[in-house]
Ligand binder design. Sequence first.
Ligand SMILES: [Zn+2]
Length: 212
Amino acid sequence: VAEILTDWTETYKEYGALWQMQDVREPHAATTTSNEHVSAYFLSENITARPSLVVEIVNTALLPHAGSEELVPDWVFTYAPYGLFVASACANTLGAQQGYVKPADNYTTTYDVQPGDEVLVVSDDLYSGGSLKKTIGSMQQMGAVVLPYVFTLANLSGDSHLDGRKILAGAHIPVERYPGDDCAMCDGGSEPLAPRPNWERLQSHEIPGSSE
Ligand SMILES: [Zn+2]
């Protein structure tokens, strides 16, 4: 039986949540959290603002791949802030509890996770995976059993796995990624822009110096 894969890339573009570089001369995105320069960016709040859409994505991209009923986790965990809406949709759909870690507090949580509890870790998006890894580490420190897959709305890591865990995603977005201080796109003359304050400019795909 062929696996039916649902890809939400076009929907993400329709809602203005996904920018993808179309020309090497247009600006590219400089992420602030991991200091990486990337050729695609996902503005997750344009999707997480729509809870019924998030539930639809979870139903098509997580549920068919999340294994059988006995694999229902005790918890769905994420990190603040935007992941909360994804965790909520997942927990509601799976019938699990939900919780989150605070990046500002060294990825700790006040939720009552017990040793042996099974935890699914999710996020709104995934670039380097640093925050997801820290969330997983935090759960493991509490003695929880982290499931062998993670879920995210948009996987922009270019990888199929994160530390051996399969990445389930609403969309797997191909992306060029470079360290901020050694970027081939910068070297090629493309301007790096912080994506959130420059979202409209990025979405315009305007090439500097060319009129019309
Ligand atoms: Zn760059």
